[in-house]
Design a protein around this ligand. Structure first.
Ligand code: PMP
Length: 456
């Protein structure tokens, strides 16, 4: 693209567009990257510069950008239908996808309810759970339990069960009350990995808090919502599978729905198709989006048990309808893409590649841990994260005003890397197509960035 066109577009962008999660004054000082082309793990800007998309375009991309089979799937579907409403009408891709999802999801889920983004997948789960308890004659079960540092989306229901004060505190007066539980392992790192004993104690402590809450209040709790294995936006906090298994056991014992928000971690990102598989757990409600369409189209699904569905199954007069739906619910193009993505998973050995890339990633992380200001290295599947500290041993943070994570982001761009930080937490959230050679290059570039910024 010529420089004049590029300048004109970027100026218009500044004048006319309001981007999400963007500090206005940063934007005034620093152009957004104007992306012209995306291919595999790479994005290319208007000047032809190439960047590793190490955050999979906000954690959605799976098979790499521009996968030819996905493109073909969109074209094929467009030749049949474009968007069709999904109430009173149905279509083959919507039916086949629901069937496929229920076949590969943890066993015991019976119905698929579509929406179009992660936040709405969560809204649907919360509303279904809430309404279910009314239908079964337990209307006092109206509240939700959620974890500190949890993130479930930006719509008001999802924010109500969000535990990241930076994002959520402003809206508190608008939100419904719930019970905030401690997240396991937070505070258990001390300049290194928690020992297995420390992790076990921390999980036991966190589960004890859940148990105590349920002892006193399960009668008013509809569901407990959790991001299984990785609390992502809250700082890439990872917990042992035993925690999820423990939650399942407590939710079953005290009659509380377990709502698994796998919007971010679903579809192979953690090394298994669904993160709940690490704990051999089936939730009552499972929220999916992002990787559902391999990150190519907006689509979401909330899967629920037959028991939940059956509580809504009645005649119109009983008013048990689930009054929830979006214009683009179950978009056929998106469903066709999701189906093709699931075929690619099966036919192209995608999970094998995830495991190979994950092993290679694990092998490279100790190199990054040699930096004096790097602490709390954690890793699962295609996700790895570490925190920058002024003093790693005592976990003394840098003053927030120094915006260390943001500085890393800016420097990494010069290195052809997109390292989008969460505060001073730097992370990778890699696409499944990442090769072992690309991984080595990504880690080596990250090292150069940290070196140049004086973290050695
Ligand atoms: N749940 C989780 C765990 C997420 O990470 C996100 C988005 N990052 C959401 C829900 C919300 O998804 P969306 O941005 O598509 O609304």
């Amino acid at each position: 693209m010529d420089q004049a066109t590029k300048r004109e577009l970027l100026d218009k962008d500044r004048q006319r567009v309001w981007h999400p999660f963007t500090q206005m004054k940063d934007y005034a000082r620093q152009d957004h990257l104007l992306i012209e082309k995306a291919e595999g793990i790479f994005l290319y800007d208007a000047d032809g510069n190439r960047y590793y998309d190490t955050v999979s375009s906000w954690w959605v991309n799976v098979h790499g950008h521009g996968h030819p089979r996905i493109k073909q799937a969109i074209i094929r579907q467009l030749e049949e239908t474009d968007h069709i409403m999904f109430s009173g009408f149905t279509h083959r891709p919507g039916i086949e996808l629901a069937d496929k999802l229920l076949a590969i999801a943890p066993p015991g889920l019976g119905k698929t309810f579509y929406s179009d983004n992660g936040s709405t997948a969560v809204e649907v789960a919360l509303k279904m759970s809430f309404q279910y308890w009314r239908h079964v004659g337990r209307p006092s079960k109206t509240k939700f339990a959620y974890l500190a540092n949890s993130y479930h989306g930006d719509t008001l229901g999802a924010v109500s069960v969000g535990g990241v004060d930076l994002f959520h505190a402003t809206f508190r007066p608008l939100l419904f009350d719930g019970y905030r539980l401690p997240s396991p392992l937070v505070g258990e790192w001390s300049g290194g990995r928690p020992t297995p004993e420390a992790a076990e104690t921390s999980v036991a402590k966190a589960l004890e808090a859940v148990k105590q809450l349920f002892e006193t209040s399960a009668g008013e709790i509809a569901g407990l919502i959790v991001e299984p294995m990785i609390q992502a936006a809250g700082g890439m906090l990872m917990h042992p599978a035993a925690y999820i298994a423990g939650l399942r056991e407590l939710c079953s014992r005290y009659d509380v729905h377990l709502i698994a928000d796998e919007v971010a971690v679903g579809f192979g990102r953690t090394g298994t198709m669904f993160a709940c598989e690490h704990a051999h757990v089936t939730p009552d409600l499972l929220c999916l989006s992002k990787g559902l369409t391999a990150g190519m189209m907006p689509l979401a699904a909330t899967l629920c048990t037959d028991a939940i569905y059956e509580a809504f199954y009645d005649d119109y007069e009983t008013q048990k309808t689930f009054f929830h739906g979006h214009s683009f619910t179950g978009n056929p193009l998106a469903c066709a893409v999701a189906l093709e993505s699931l075929r690619i998973f099966e036919e192209e050995g995608v999970l094998d590649n995830v495991r190979a890339a994950s092993d290679a990633l694990r092998g490279h992380l100790p190199g990054l841990e040699t930096f004096r200001h790097v602490a709390n290295m954690r890793h699962l599947g295609l996700v790895a994260a570490f925190d920058l500290y002024a003093d790693a041993a005592s976990q003394t943070p840098y003053p927030p005003s120094e915006r260390r994570g943001y500085q890393v982001y800016l420097e990494a761009l010069k290195e052809g890397l997109i390292l989008r930080p969460l505060g001073d937490t730097i992370y990778y959230w890699l696409p499944h197509c990442t090769t072992v050679a690309q991984l080595e290059d990504i880690v080596s570039r990250t090292s150069s960035v940290l070196e140049r910024l004086g973290y050695r």
